[in-house]
Design a protein around this ligand. Structure first.
Ligand SMILES: [Zn+2]
Length: 91
């Protein structure tokens, strides 16, 4: 089981982070938190090398923020029950 954090991951919307902007890597999607949120969807993240918008689309399609992280992320069972408040950023 993944421990629940008090802060929401900007990529997968699960509550996996202890706080924001501390370079924590989300265990659900493998986005490294650079402190930016949905207000900066189209800025290329210096830590993740892609935009948050692209990472969020990757998560919806692949279950990971990036193709390279697909084998590293938590399984659906491991993230089962974890708090998530999904935010829509594309349609
Ligand atoms: Zn995440």
């Amino acid at each position: 089981m993944i421990p629940e954090g008090s802060a929401q991951c900007p990529c997968c919307d699960y509550f996996t982070l202890r706080d924001r902007g501390s370079h924590e890597v989300c265990p659900v999607c493998y986005w490294e938190d650079d402190g930016n949120g949905l207000e900066a969807l189209d800025e290329v993240s210096p830590l993740n090398h892609i935009t948050l918008r692209a990472a969020r689309m990757n998560f919806e399609r692949l279950g990971a923020s990036d193709q390279a992280a697909v084998s590293l992320v938590a399984s659906p069972e491991e993230r089962d029950g974890l708090r998530r408040e999904q935010r829509a950023t594309f349609f």
